[in-house]
Design a binder for this molecule. Structure first.
Ligand SMILES: [Zn+2]
Ligand SMILES: [Zn+2]
Length: 389
């Protein structure tokens, strides 16, 4: 049987694994059913090593090539779902209330399992493939926890690749860009404190409401006046809590303001964070209030290494044809915890077409099973090109 036919047959099986995972979504680090299924399949395929319990429910498999020594390449899939209710009415829809695979991580897991089956059977490469199945991409930084537990050193990973489905991109197509492909997303809550007092005597008490109003306006100057217009920055104040509607003659003692800041360059992220602190503390001081900043760092910028991006484009082009690979896809303001892996090792993150589906995180979203064969082919082609001895 020709290799592509073999992968076609594996893809049929992978669709059934994907639907099984889809029916039993699990959240964050708590993935007992999903990780058990993944580990069982990997053992059945005859991988050289299957390690479980990394970052609680992460699973890692090792496959050695039969053509001798070489580099070690890490391929990563995420396994977790989202806390939302599915509205697809599909036969394989979620059986769990308020849990749903609305980001397609079920598909990512199935595609990497399919690649594991093929690679384990053929082993036509020099070096080692490490398959990383991670928990908690959706808000839990599962990738970071796996790294903290020694993932990269324990398995000697030299370079690492990730893949995510993209609604709106044709099935069988791929998209990528060198450099930043996804943003960093940080969040903040600022408390401004005065003393509180009678609204008829504003000269006797600092007013945190006026300070807060100025602060919301002043923060808009970060993206409009402080950063390069060609370097995307978003500053959104999404929360303002002050006073009470039944106490209109009271100047409150404190108010709260919160929001999110998105950046796509690491140095801009740092500079914007520092500017944010300056604006908050000086505005607070201007109005004789005191500021307390609760800064909640999100995932870093996802940065593709230029050479590894060329490698990813080469693998995708060989299986899909050059016309179906966009190497200059725009960066999005969403974020991804694969960014932590790309901070430690060279690698690249690629989008795979999910066709004309509902958007990610939408209740009507479903991973497109037609993409599975392309995803498995991408992974196996990437391995044969990177580990060609
Ligand atoms: Zn998501
Ligand atoms: Zn996702």
């Amino acid at each position: 049987m020709a290799p592509h036919d073999a992968i076609g047959a594996i893809a049929e099986e992978a669709i059934s694994w994907r639907r099984q995972i889809h029916q039993h979504p699990e959240l964050l680090f708590d993935l007992p059913k999903t990780s058990a299924l993944v580990a069982e399949k990997l053992k059945e395929f005859g991988c050289d090593e299957v390690a479980t319990g990394i970052a609680k429910s992460g699973v890692v498999a090792v496959i050695k090539g039969r053509r001798g020594d070489g580099r070690t390449i890490g391929l990563r899939a995420d396994m977790d779902a989202l806390p939302m209710s599915e509205q697809t009415n599909l036969p394989h829809a979620s059986k769990v209330e308020n849990m749903m695979h609305a980001c397609g991580h079920d598909g990512h897991t199935a595609m990497l399992l399919g690649a594991a089956k093929h690679l384990s059977a053929t082993r036509d490469f020099a070096g080692t493939v490490v398959l990383v199945f991670q928990p908690a991409e959706e808000g839990g930084a599962g990738a970071r926890v796996m790294i903290e537990e020694g993932l990269l050193e324990r398995f000697g990973i030299d370079e690492v690749f990730g893949m995510h489905n993209e609604p709106g991109l044709d099935v069988g197509s791929f998209a990528i860009r060198p450099g930043a492909i996804m943003a960093a997303g940080d969040r903040f809550v600022v408390t401004l404190r005065g003393r509180g007092g009678h609204a008829a005597s504003p000269h006797l008490t600092p007013d945190p409401v006026v300070a807060g109003a100025h602060l919301v306006t002043a923060l808009q100057s970060i993206a409009s006046r402080y950063t390069d217009p060609f370097d995307p920055v978003v500053v959104s104040v999404t929360y303002f809590n002050a006073g009470r509607p039944n106490a209109l003659n009271v100047i409150p003692a404190a108010i709260e303001i919160g929001g999110t800041i998105r950046t796509v360059e690491a140095k801009t992220r740092k500079a914007v964070g520092a500017r944010f602190r300056d604006i908050v503390t000086t505005t607070a001081k201007l109005f004789e209030t005191e500021a307390e900043i609760d800064w909640r760092p999100g995932y870093p910028v996802t940065v593709n290494n230029p050479q590894m991006t060329v490698a990813a484009i080469s693998a995708a082009s060989s299986i899909a044809g050059e016309k179906k690979v966009d190497g200059n896809w725009p960066c999005t303001m969403g974020s991804e915890d694969f960014s932590y892996m790309l901070e430690k090792r060279q690698g690249a993150f690629i989008w795979i077409g999910n066709g004309d589906s509902a958007d990610l995180h939408h209740p009507a979203y479903d991973f497109n099973d037609g993409a599975i064969v392309h995803g498995i082919r991408y992974w196996t082609e990437l391995v044969s090109q990177r580990l060609n001895g």
